[in-house]
Design a protein around this ligand. Structure first.
Ligand code: GLU
Length: 427
């Protein structure tokens, strides 16, 4: 496979676990109009909400659960970003993800700032009624720190349309029933947008399509490996097959992956996963542990699970020439250096997984206008925004001889910094 004709610079500064801060620092220092004071503003968090939610279990026992909402920067518009429910959620992680949302919204030029939320719990340990009570308590505790023009949450890891419906309903009790725009990613029957569910995967698919066009790659002749088979990974896999005629050779969940160099029937695998809760027993494929999966032979790797999965070992060993970040922050800072040294093309998540927040923006606009669009209209508008953003990032990377990630950060940072300067914030 050809490699993209880009000189690859080294990321400057120490290699740190917190990849986002490393990428941010290396780019911010090079933007001449960002002075020390503005850098501090961009590096700080406007508001951090930390709570311990008491939750009554169905059996009568009382437990407490930690939860957060971090609002990073709102210079370009209301705070925006999903909230997740996962046992490994920490304040530090939520901060990093809030940061990413600020740059993501700016790279694709939608009028939002960045925020993120998280609840520290394995949702599988709760019943549906307990989960509903938890989401309602989280919403209630956020109070007026969220709102259609303040901060607009959305789905993320282990949260989805039903979660957003509960969130909206709880918020509406103390606000207004026309406050649909307080949250995006709602069910289509409750003010949700057509195409929102598949949007992040669709955005990753468009990013891959544009890169493949630039590199003159025939996707039907490549082996594509997708880590994660949730909302992002599944739809990316499905759409790559349906719309790009690409060949998916492997998909994985947190329990393990399946692999077949001749290609996998994505829909059948997804049906199996939905029915059984795992890919175990899926026929005519090799079964791999999560540890083995990322080393499987492939040309294109799409990490679509949690942050940090592409570490030094994977970066060192993977055959993939192209990495499309379907997840937020899947490549660690040091792994990123290894990949760049090996002249791999890495499409950063602040571009490649922006499809979700782009269609969230459409949902917000539709809710505010009470005027709804067709699925085709949504897809067309998403395609236009993400492809334009890709072209900007690619052109910037060619012009300045920097990686796609550095180019994306430069565009995002410049837009946010300009908004801060225009508003006078931090001066
Ligand atoms: N959780 C998604 C993300 O990380 C969607 C955010 C949104 O739609 O606000 O981009």
């Amino acid at each position: 496979m050809p490699t993209m004709n880009l000189p690859i610079p080294k990321i400057e500064g120490p290699t740190c676990f917190d990849a986002e801060s490393c990428f941010f620092q290396s780019v911010a220092q090079k933007i001449s109009f960002i002075d020390e004071n503005l850098l501090k503003v961009l590096n700080s968090f406007r508001r951090e909400i930390s709570m311990e939610i008491p939750l009554r279990k169905d059996n009568g026992t009382l437990i407490t659960i930690k939860a957060y909402r971090v609002q990073h920067n709102n210079a370009r518009g209301p705070y925006k970003g999903g909230f997740r429910i996962h046992q490994n959620v920490t304040l530090e992680e939520v901060r990093m993800l809030a940061n990413l949302m600020t740059w993501k919204g700016a790279v694709v030029n939608i009028p939002f700032g960045g925020a993120k939320g998280g609840i520290t719990l394995d949702p599988k340990t709760l019943t549906r009624t307990e989960l509903e009570r938890l989401v309602r308590a989280y919403t209630y505790n956020l109070g007026d720190n969220v709102g259609p023009h303040t901060d607009i949450p959305a789905p993320d890891v282990n949260t989805g349309a039903q979660t957003m419906a509960w969130f909206y309903d709880e918020y509406a009790k103390s606000h207004s029933t026309d406050a649909l725009a307080v949250v995006t990613g709602k069910p289509v029957g409750l003010g949700g947008s057509e195409g929102r569910e598949e949007a992040t995967g669709r955005g990753a698919m468009y990013t891959l399509r544009e890169i493949a066009k630039d590199l003159k790659i025939d996707l039907s002749q490549t082996k594509i490996l997708i880590e994660g088979f949730g909302n992002v990974g599944y739809h990316a896999a499905r759409l790559i097959v349906e719309e790009l005629k690409g060949k998916i050779v492997g998909v994985s969940t947190s329990k393990g992956g399946i692999y077949n160099p001749k290609g996998i029937d994505v829909k059948a695998a997804h049906d199996h996963y939905s029915k059984n809760g795992s890919l175990k027993g899926f026929p005519n494929v090799d079964h791999m542990t999560p540890g083995e999966f990322l080393f499987a032979d492939c040309d294109i790797l799409i990490p679509s699970a949690l942050e940090g999965s592409i570490d030094n070992k994977v970066a060192d060993k993977t055959n993939a020439q192209i990495i499309i970040e379907g997840a937020n922050g899947p490549v660690t800072a040091s792994a990123n250096e290894i990949l760049l040294d090996k002249r791999k093309v890495v499409a950063p998540g602040i571009l490649a997984n922006a499809g979700g927040v782009i269609v969230s923006y459409f949902e917000w606009v539709q809710n505010l206008q009470q005027f709804y669009w067709s699925h085709e209209e949504v897809n067309k508008k998403l395609e236009k925004i993400i492809c334009n953003a890709y072209v900007n990032v690619r052109d910037q990377s060619r012009k300045n001889k920097i990686s796609l990630r550095q180019a994306a950060y430069t565009i995002g940072l410049e837009r946010v910094a300009q908004a801060c300067i225009l508003r006078g914030t931090g001066f």
